[in-house]
Design a protein around this ligand. Structure first.
Ligand SMILES: Nc1nc2c(ncn2[C@@H]2O[C@H](COP(=O)(O)OP(=O)(O)O[C@H]3O[C@H](CO)[C@@H](O)[C@H](O)[C@@H]3O)[C@@H](O)[C@H]2O)c(=O)[nH]1
Ligand SMILES: [Mg+2]
Length: 197
């Protein structure tokens, strides 16, 4: 067994409303062999799944725009352009991604391709996000999209030229991490880049 480097010694719940905010005490064995006591606040938020919908023939993607309070509190108006995403709520990631695509965008997805699973902000948040891409057919719809109004969701759905979306990364118009990553994945592995004429 690998030598133990971390001993978790305590957990204190600071707040427990929607998801718990915890203060974790642990001891870390430093590279010089000494043990050091540390404490960190961690938001134990749920993990999620996100999917970037694209259409190869039209060379388009589907983006959502909704209000995000975390961004608003840190320098943005909070209305971020994003790939569709949702918390897992015990569903397998691919199934959750398909359900959220229907609820939020109204498109019926048949096949999802997994991209990667990432920690979003591992120093302070437990969340992992499972990323997918999937082709959409503009004619295959499962509902109106827009999210669940009773949960406060008011989601705008935009079909955007893929190259325009890539250009928005460069100007900061798209600044949500999972969304940037999924667009760059599409560019690298699926759709390539068309140079502006
Ligand atoms: N009342 C209340 N409701 C909440 C709270 N936090 C979340 N919700 C409810 O939970 C729903 C979550 O919607 P989803 O579509 O399932 O999740 P998401 O907000 O899109 O989250 C996804 O994207 C996030 C941002 O990238 C990810 O952090 C998350 O893991 C997930 O992938 C929201 O509509 C909202 O009603 C809260 O603190 N209070
Ligand atoms: Mg969502």
């Amino acid at each position: 067994m690998a030598e133990q480097r971390i001993r978790i010694v305590g957990e204190n719940i600071l707040a427990d409303d929607y998801y718990p905010l915890k203060k974790i005490s642990y001891e870390q064995r430093r590279q010089d062999g000494s043990w050091q006591a540390q404490q960190r606040e961690v938001y134990d938020s749920a993990s999620g799944a996100a999917v970037m919908l694209y259409n190869r023939e039209r060379r388009t993607v589907i983006l959502t725009r909704q209000f995000r309070i975390g961004a608003r509190l840190n320098g943005s108006d909070g209305f971020l352009l994003e790939a569709t995403a949702g918390v897992l709520d015990d569903a397998p990631p691919a199934e959750r991604a398909k359900l959220e695509a229907c609820e939020e965008t109204g498109y019926q997805i048949e096949r999802l391709d997994p991209v990667m699973t990432l920690f979003v902000s591992p120093g302070s948040i437990t969340e992992r996000i499972h990323l997918f891409v999937a082709e959409y057919d503009p004619a295959k719809r499962c509902g109106p999209g827009g999210g669940k109004p009773e949960e406060g969701e008011d989601i705008e759905v935009l079909e955007m030229d893929f190259d325009d979306a890539l250009a928005l990364i460069d100007t900061g118009g798209i600044d949500d991490a999972k969304t940037v990553l999924l667009l760059l994945h599409l560019e690298r592995r699926v759709l390539g880049r068309h140079e502006a004429s």
